[in-house]
Design a protein around this ligand. Structure first.
Ligand code: HCA
Ligand code: CU
Length: 378
């Protein structure tokens, strides 16, 4: 149901700023905010205005840009934090507090009852100021589910707009996420957000399962940047949803994704990974002869994502020993050379033999094709 209605909370300007290479200038934050807004994300989450004086100023600046998306900021569960957040002019405040026994013992030292009392106080305050409020439990998957439900039900009763489940340490499996969200969906009336770290490689699958189980909001960052190895990447979530049904992500300006990924990569001093979802350099590159033949006949044979939907093109790699004669024939046609199938097959054997001797390039393939087309083949 909510797979059709989900919203993205893009947290590059909050969780993403917790990536070790990130230290965005105001101008960079504005550029990222504008790009993500143009892409069509529903919400942007900003670093806590309490983090530093510049963070406060930047939150004010971004809240004042007049973007289409909702501007949220992220705070600890404290009235002073909430006041400062509201002062920046944001549309909503995301509150988080640790609920695992580890965090209760080693971080804030509060009991579940104390957490509930505090949560009710801070949420009521934010609501009284006419601002949207979300309440999230840090390290949800290492918290006792009975504690979680008590907290979520209590905050739901007093009209919180959204509750958040956070897989802070990336420990959850897709099935655990599905089960927890499903159970929660039956217990609260408010929206449900999922925030998942990627320590064990499940962040995209977990976000997807959360939506499938009834979550309404998913947190992402560009390229997945965040604490440690980050959270659900924006492009990865889009790829997952597109693969289920392109209509699910038709509301976004998909061709902007490449610019978004490369812009943020550059700002934080990394390359877009070669195997990145959609925008990685090899995401639409086909190599083996069998694949190349089928792709040339009908790209859907080996592509669940249409690169054109993202303003990208596919590439068929043919200069190697795994190549096939159909791909070589296609190259000959591209070059406008007339060679019959028997000749193409012979050239293909030569290409394979050459590639067994040394790494070859497209130039070598072309040279062989020209030789045969000019009647100089042996
Ligand atoms: C953190 C906090 C958080 C918060 C998530 C949320 C997490 O940096 O540890 O507000 O839902 O992963 O728990 O990012
Ligand atoms: Cu996080």
């Amino acid at each position: 149901m909510t797979l059709q209605q989900f919203a993205i909370i893009e947290s590059t300007l909050r969780e993403g700023e917790q990536f070790v290479g990130a230290s965005f200038t105001t101008a960079q934050k504005i550029e990222i905010a504008r790009l993500l807004d143009a892409f069509g994300v529903e919400c942007l989450e900003l670093t806590s205005p309490l983090a530093s004086p510049q963070s406060y100023e930047d939150a004010k600046t971004i809240a004042g840009l007049g973007l289409h998306c909702h501007i949220l900021t992220h705070i600890r569960c404290r009235i002073e934090d909430a006041q400062k957040a509201i002062d920046t002019g944001v549309d909503g405040v995301d509150i988080v507090i640790g609920t695992s026994s580890l965090l209760r013992q080693f971080s804030h030292g509060k009991s579940i009852d104390e957490i509930i009392d505090l949560a009710l106080e801070v949420i009521s305050f934010v609501r009284s100021q006419g601002v949207q409020v979300r309440f999230s439990t840090e390290d949800s998957f290492r918290s006792d589910p009975r504690d979680l439900f008590r907290i979520y039900e209590a905050v739901d009763r007093i009209g919180v707009h959204r509750v958040g489940i956070a897989d802070t340490v990336g420990v959850a499996t897709p099935r655990q996420v599905y089960d927890l969200v499903r159970e929660l969906r039956g217990r609260v009336a408010c929206d449900i957000e999922f925030h998942g770290h990627n320590d064990s490689g499940c962040a995209i699958a977990n976000a997807y399962e959360a939506l499938d189980a009834g979550a309404t909001h998913v947190d992402t960052t560009v390229l997945g940047i965040g604490e440690r190895n980050g959270i659900t990447p924006l492009g990865g979530l889009i790829a997952r949803l597109y693969a289920t049904d392109p209509a699910l992500v038709a509301k976004y300006d998909l061709p902007l994704l490449r610019t978004i990924d490369t812009t943020v990569a550059q700002m934080v001093g990394v390359d877009v990974p070669f195997n990145n979802y959609i925008t990685g350099i090899t995401a639409f590159t086909h190599k083996a002869g069998i694949h190349a033949k089928a792709i040339l006949n009908n790209p859907e044979t080996y592509e669940i994502i249409n690169p054109q939907a993202f303003g990208l093109t596919r590439y068929v790699s043919i200069a190697h020993r795994l190549t096939g004669w159909n791909a070589i024939k296609n190259r000959a046609e591209q070059l406008g050379l007339t060679l019959d199938d028997t000749q193409i097959k012979i050239v293909t054997e030569h290409i394979k033999a050459l590639a067994d001797e040394k790494p070859i390039s497209l130039t070598d393939v072309d040279a062989l094709l020209y030789r045969w087309a000019n009647g100089e083949g042996v």
